[in-house]
Design a protein. Sequence first.
Length: 197
Amino acid sequence: MARALASLAALLSALCVASAAWAHATLVSSEPADGSVLAQPPKMVQLHFNEDVTPAVVGVIDASGKARDVATRAAGQSVLIVLPDDLSQGTQIVSYRVVSQDGHPVSGSLVFSIGAVTGAAPPPKAGPLPVLIWLARIGVYLGLFAGVGGAFFAAWIGQGRADRRSAAVRLPSVSSVRWPPSPCKGSISSTCRSAAS
Ligand SMILES: [Cu+2]
């Protein structure tokens, strides 16, 4: 029963999310179109949505990977993005975040290229560095393990030797040692005092 209720709740929440998503503004088209290659740098990018939107954050990353400041203007269901006039040849990335009429933010991005497609996005910093870090870590762990293990081993072996040595030294004198030693030696308990008196 609880399980059925839980799945019903999950279904209802999924439906809510879905209906909320339907109410969000969606990008219908853009000029230039996503992925297009242009001969000349465009003056602006126009984003056309299915409902009125308010631009929140709009950014352009140029072909050299540099973030550029752009001016934006809302015009009903469209957002106009005025581009810098010194965009270099290559692929530019336009990212946008707009607010739907229901107050929900919608974000997305599109790319267009001037002249030719280039790798506009800087490659993620992968390569030999992480491998070196991992090797160093493994080395530290191995060293730690060997160090602790070695110290333990040395202590253990050394302890064993010391025990054998002290035992060998002590053994001949065992007969001269009274065992067990008197429990009252150095004790101040009342039973010991009464026994001593
Ligand atoms: Cu919404």
